[in-house]
Design a protein around this ligand. Structure first.
Ligand SMILES: [Zn+2]
Ligand SMILES: [Zn+2]
Length: 108
């Protein structure tokens, strides 16, 4: 996954929002097969990833009022709970799509 320090405000806050929705979906045992098949999510890392994003938000002085207390039960996902995302590919897509993310990447 993309280093939160290299994401623009919009993408940092956007992914933080998405991970909360994902944790909600996992808690409600929603069907995530499309996301898993396309390697868009990494179930085992949801809490770690949330905390990384939240830490970067706090570092930048944004407010964060939504701590995650525990990892949701991944049992219903079976083996696919071990699905990984391709971090480098994600970052390449981000810098292709977003000018601000690209500027941050170039200045690092
Ligand atoms: Zn949060
Ligand atoms: Zn961006």
């Amino acid at each position: 996954m993309v280093d939160p320090a290299k994401m623009c405000r919009r993408h940092l806050l956007g992914e933080h929002n998405e991970i909360h929705m994902l944790i909600g979906s996992i808690s409600r045992k929603k069907n995530l097969s499309g996301f898993l098949k396309n390697h868009l999510i990494e179930p085992l890392s949801v809490k770690t990833r949330h905390d990384e994003l939240a830490e970067e938000m706090i570092r930048r002085g944004y407010s964060h009022k939504s701590p995650i207390d525990s990892i949701p039960d991944l049992g219903y996902l079976g083996e696919s709970s071990g699905t990984k995302v391709d971090s480098e590919k994600n970052h390449r897509e981000l810098v292709n799509r977003c000018e601000i993310c690209r500027l941050i990447a170039e200045n690092n």
